[in-house]
Design a binder for this molecule. Structure first.
Ligand code: SF4
Ligand code: SF4
Length: 188
């Protein structure tokens, strides 16, 4: 039975609310780095543009927002798994590092942890310095993440990868990570 748009929106909202209960650390880590993970693009000396890719259904959260620009690309334009046949939605924050935090994407909420499937298909969350073009002090300085953040992020990503599209994307990214580096840390 296909999930309705309304059910999909409710499901994403529940995940956002669950992730709102936790944060990576108990202090404002943005003070360590000038919130580089939000403002990296604002420095025009960088040639690499970072974009926020949305997971299936997340685009429904941005339809009425003035703080984000919602747009899409054809799946053939970017390197995505072949199972993604529809448009891929992305958002741009209009005024980073400020945004409507109640609807910031999963990618921001679970950062700096990233989902990873190992060669046996086992699911983990990892810290990978090679994932982003900037330095995150939490990763660099081995700052301990809150246990509840790790556990809830794991729970949410496990739920997300039950969607075959998300599974395929995480699987593709994991295979690329394993080709690129072995120097990432498995957190859980
Ligand atoms: S998550 Fe990392 S890069 Fe982002 S604000 Fe915190 S310390 Fe900086
Ligand atoms: S959505 Fe918000 S938290 Fe995420 S990068 Fe943009 S400004 Fe930062």
């Amino acid at each position: 039975m296909d999930i309705t748009v309304d059910e999909m929106k409710k499901s994403i909202k529940r995940m956002y609310e669950r992730l709102d209960e936790v944060s990576p650390v108990d202090f404002d880590c943005g003070k360590l780095c000038g919130e580089v993970c939000c403002v990296y693009d604002a420095d025009e000396t960088h040639t690499e543009e970072l974009v926020l890719y949305l997971l299936p259904g997340e685009e429904l959260m941005y339809e009425d927002s003035d703080e984000f620009e919602l747009y899409y690309m054809d799946s053939s334009e970017i390197k995505y798994p072949p199972s993604w046949k529809d448009n891929i939605f992305l958002v741009k924050c209009k005024n980073p590092p400020k945004c409507d935090r109640s609807i910031r994407p999963i990618q921001c909420r679970t950062f700096p942890l990233v989902p990873h499937l190992n060669k046996n298909g086992e699911f983990h969350l990892v810290l990978d310095e090679t994932e982003f073009p900037y330095v995150c002090p939490i990763i660099r300085d081995h700052i301990k993440l809150n246990d509840d953040f790790i556990i809830i992020t794991f729970e949410i990503w496990k739920r997300l990868i039950s969607n075959p599209l998300v599974y395929d994307l995480v699987d593709m990214d994991s295979k690329e990570r394993d080709k690129r580096t072995s120097n990432y840390k498995i957190v859980i």
